[in-house]
Design a protein around this ligand. Structure first.
Ligand code: GDP
Ligand code: MG
Length: 601
C-alpha cells in the first residue's frame, strides 16, 4: 500500500503515474504550508492530465497520500489516517482545480470538516499562468471564532509557499480544538442518506412508504436521516444497486450534507455492498443489517440474544471482505453492535466457531423453554397474545391494561422479547397477556427465523389480539402484512380480536363505522386515553376458552369430524337429522366455535 496513488487512475499514462508517485518524496519544511516543488509538480501534472490531483501532507511535512479525481472532483475520504474524531487530523490537503479558479467549493469545505483536515487548499491551474491558491484553515467547530473555518486567499501560490503564517494559524486552531462533551456526541452521531430503487410500474408513493418505514427503523437505531434518494431503474444494478453514476452523486451529497452512513431500502448482495463502499468511501448499511442492529439493541431474553447474534453472524460471514474497510475505519454504530454491546468479531474462523457455539446454546435454551411451556400448559389460565404491526400501540395497551411498565416508545421495535403479564378481567377471570415484537412490511424472510423465538409465544396463545393503528395512512397494508405472517406461522385460525387503536388521533369517525361492519370481532380503543376498553373486555371475555356460546348449526353429513367435535368438546342441547344436514344446538368454546361458525344458522 505504500506510495500508492488513490482515486481514479484509469487511463493515466505510466509516465504520469510515475510523476505522481514522485510527489511522495517531496518534503515540505515543518513551518511551511506547502513546498514550491509540490506546487510546481501539481500544477504541471494537472495541466497534462486535466484532472484534479490532491496531496495530503502531515505536520512533519511529509506527503502521506496522493490521489487523483476527474476534472471536477477528487475522492477524499479513504486516505486520511484518522487521529480522533474530535481533533484535527494533523493532515492538510492541497489539491488542484483544472478549471482555473482557486475558489473552494462546498464539497472542498465539507470534506475538510468531515475528515478533520487541518486545512484545505485549492490551486487554480491554467495554461501559461502562475497558479492562484485559496486556503481554508479548519477551526474545528467554531471554538470562539466567528466561523468554522478561515479562508485565506485567493493569493498567488508563491506567497503561500514563502510564508510560515499559515502553519502557525493551524497550530493555534489545533490548540483551540478541545471539544466539549456535547460536541463529541455530535461527532459520533450517525447521519444517514436513505437510498431506494424505483422499478418500472412501481408507484412512487409505495417507494416513499417503504422509505418512511426505513426512516423509522433508522430513528429506532439512533440514526439521524438527512436525505432520501430514489433512483428509477428497470432493475437494480448487479454491481452497485443504484448504478455507478448515482452512487457517485450520493457520495458527493454525503460530503456536502455531512452524512456518514448510506442506508439502502433493500438487502444488498455482498458484491454490491463492497462496490458501494469502495465507490463512496462511506459506511453502507442495508435494510437487513439495520433490522438486525435494532434486534441487537433490544434483545433481552437469553434466547432472543442468541437468535439475534446468530442471524447477525450469518449475515456477516459472506460479507466480511466488503465490510472490512469501512467498519474498521469508522468503528461503532450500526452494523457493528452485537447483542449485549459486544462488538462483532471480524474473523471468519472465530465467527464459524461462534456460530456453532450459538447453535448449541440455543438448543439448550429451547429444551428449557419447552419445560416452562409444558408447565404453563398445566395452568388453567388462558394466554392472550398481543400482536400487530410495530408502533401500533401493543406495549401501551399492555401497560394500560395491566398497569405494568413495558417499554413503550415512539420507535419501531420498542419490544423485542415477549413480555407476559397477568391481567384481571372484570368478572374475576384471569388471563396471561403477552406482548410481542412488531411486524414490519418488508422484513427479510431469513430474519423471520431469527426472532421466531418471540413469536413462539403467539403460537401458544388461546386468543390473539391484533392491534392496528387506525390513524396510520398505511393501516390496511400493515394489517395485511401481519395477517400474512400469522398465516405463514400457521396461527391464523386462532380466535382473534382486532383492536383498532389510537382512535383519539382519528379525524374521520366514519372510518370506524365502516370497519365495524367489515371486520368481524373488532373493537375501537385508545390505549392512551383508555377509551373503548370496556368493549374490549367484553369481547375478550366472549372469546376465552371456558366461556361457552350457545348456537344452532346446520352441519352437512360430509363434515362428520366437526359433528363429532361438537359432541366431544361441547354440550349438545338438541340434535335433528334433516335430509341435507344435521342441525345441532350446542354450547361451544371459542376454539371449536371458529371451526363450525360457517354453518351457524
Ligand atoms: P408497539 O410497537 O406496538 O408496542 O407500540 P407502542 O406501545 O410502543 O406505541 C408506539 C407509539 O404510539 C408510542 O409513542 C405511544 O405513545 C403511541 N400510542 C400508543 N397508543 C396510542 C393511542 O391510543 N393514541 C395515541 N395518540 N398514541 C398512542
Ligand atoms: Mg411494543
Amino acid at each position: 500500500m505504500l506510495n500508492q496513488i488513490n482515486g481514479n487512475t484509469e487511463g493515466l499514462k505510466k509516465s504520469h503515474l510515475e510523476r505522481l508517485k514522485g510527489l511522495f518524496s517531496m518534503k515540505t519544511a515543518r513551518d511551511q504550508f506547502v513546498s514550491a516543488d509540490i506546487v510546481e509538480e501539481l500544477t504541471s501534472v494537472t495541466l497534462e492530465i486535466n484532472r484534479e490531483v490532491a496531496v495530503y501532507i502531515n505536520r512533519s511535512g511529509k506527503v502521506v497520500d496522493v490521489s487523483v479525481g476527474d476534472n471536477a472532483t477528487v475522492t477524499l475520504g479513504e486516505v486520511v489516517g484518522r487521529r480522533s474524531s474530535d481533533r484535527l487530523s494533523g493532515i492538510r490537503c492541497i489539491h488542484t482545480h483544472p478549471q482555473g479558479s482557486p475558489a473552494l467549493s462546498d464539497v472542498d469545505i465539507t470534506a475538510m470538516e468531515q475528515l478533520n483536515l487541518d486545512a484545505m487548499a485549492a490551486l487554480g491551474v491554467q495554461p501559461g499562468q502562475a497558479p492562484g491558491i485559496c486556503v481554508a484553515i479548519n477551526n474545528m467547530g467554531n471554538h470562539g471564532l466567528p466561523d468554522n473555518y478561515t479562508v485565506v486567499g485567493p493569493l498567488s501560490a508563491d506567497k503561500v509557499v514563502g510564508s510560515n503564517e499559515l502553519m502557525q494559524n493551524i497550530l493555534i486552531a489545533d490548540k483551540r480544538s478541545r471539544p466539549s462533551a456535547h460536541e463529541i456526541k455530535d461527532n459520533l452521531e450517525e447521519k444517514a442518506i436513505l437510498c431506494a430503487v424505483q422499478r418500472p410500474g412501481e408507484n412512487l408513493d409505495a417507494v416513499h412508504d417503504s422509505l418512511d418505514e426505513l426512516a423509522q427503523l433508522a430513528k429506532t437505531a439512533g440514526v439521524v436521516v438527512l436525505h432520501r434518494v430514489i433512483q428509477p431503474r428497470s432493475r437494480p444494478d448487479t454491481a452497485t444497486y443504484i448504478g455507478r453514476g448515482k452512487a457517485d452523486e450520493v457520495r458527493l451529497q454525503a460530503q456536502v450534507l455531512g452524512a456518514n452512513v448510506i442506508i439502502f431500502d433493500s438487502e444488498l448482495s455482498p458484491a454490491q455492498l463492497r462496490n458501494l463502499e469502495e465507490t463512496t468511501g462511506i459506511k453502507i448499511v442495508d435494510r437487513t443489517a439495520l433490522i438486525l442492529d435494532i434486534f441487537a439493541q433490544r434483545a433481552r431474553t437469553m434466547e432472543g440474544k442468541l437468535q439475534v447474534e446468530l442471524a447477525q453472524l450469518n449475515y456477516l460471514l459472506p460479507r466480511l471482505t466488503g465490510m472490512g474497510t469501512a467498519l474498521s475505519r469508522l468503528g461503532g454504530g450500526i452494523g457493528t453492535r452485537g447483542p449485549g454491546e459486544t462488538k462483532l468479531e471480524v474473523d471468519r474462523r472465530r465467527i464459524r466457531k461462534r456460530i456453532s457455539d450459538l447453535n448449541r446454546s440455543l438448543e439448550q435454551v429451547k429444551k428449557n423453554r419447552n419445560l416452562h411451556r409444558i408447565n404453563r400448559k398445566n395452568t388453567p389460565i388462558p394466554v392472550v397474545s398481543l400482536c400487530g404491526y410495530t408502533n401500533s400501540g401493543k406495549s401501551t395497551l399492555l401497560n394500560r391494561l395491566t398497569n405494568s411498565d413495558v417499554l413503550a416508545e415512539d420507535k419501531l421495535f420498542a419490544t423485542l422479547d415477549p413480555t407476559t403479564r397477568r391481567l384481571n378481567l372484570p368478572d374475576n377471570k384471569e388471563v396471561l397477556l403477552s406482548d410481542t415484537v412488531g411486524f414490519i412490511n418488508k422484513i427479510p424472510h431469513h430474519l423471520i427465523a431469527a426472532f421466531r423465538a418471540t413469536l413462539e409465544e403467539v403460537q401458544e396463545a388461546d386468543v390473539l389480539i391484533h392491534v392496528v393503528d387506525i390513524s396510520h395512512p398505511a393501516m390496511e397494508k400493515q394489517a395485511d402484512a401481519v395477517l400474512k405472517l400469522l398465516a405463514e406461522l400457521n396461527i391464523a385460525d386462532k380466535p382473534m380480536i382486532t383492536v383498532f387503536n389510537k382512535i383519539d388521533k382519528l379525524a374521520d369517525p366514519l372510518k370506524i363505522e365502516m370497519l365495524k361492519k367489515r371486520v368481524a370481532r373488532s373493537v375501537f380503543v385508545s390505549a392512551l386515553t383508555g377509551a373503548g376498553l370496556e368493549d374490549f373486555f367484553a369481547v375478550l371475555l366472549e372469546c376465552l376458552p371456558g366461556t361457552r356460546v350457545r348456537g344452532t348449526y346446520a352441519i352437512p353429513y360430509s363434515e362428520s369430524a366437526l359433528i363429532a367435535l361438537c359432541h366431544t368438546k361441547g354440550t349438545v342441547l338438541n340434535k335433528e337429522y334433516l335430509p341435507e344436514h344435521v342441525q345441532l344446538t350446542v354450547d361451544l368454546d371459542e376454539a371449536v366455535l371458529v371451526r363450525v361458525k360457517e354453518y351457524r344458522n
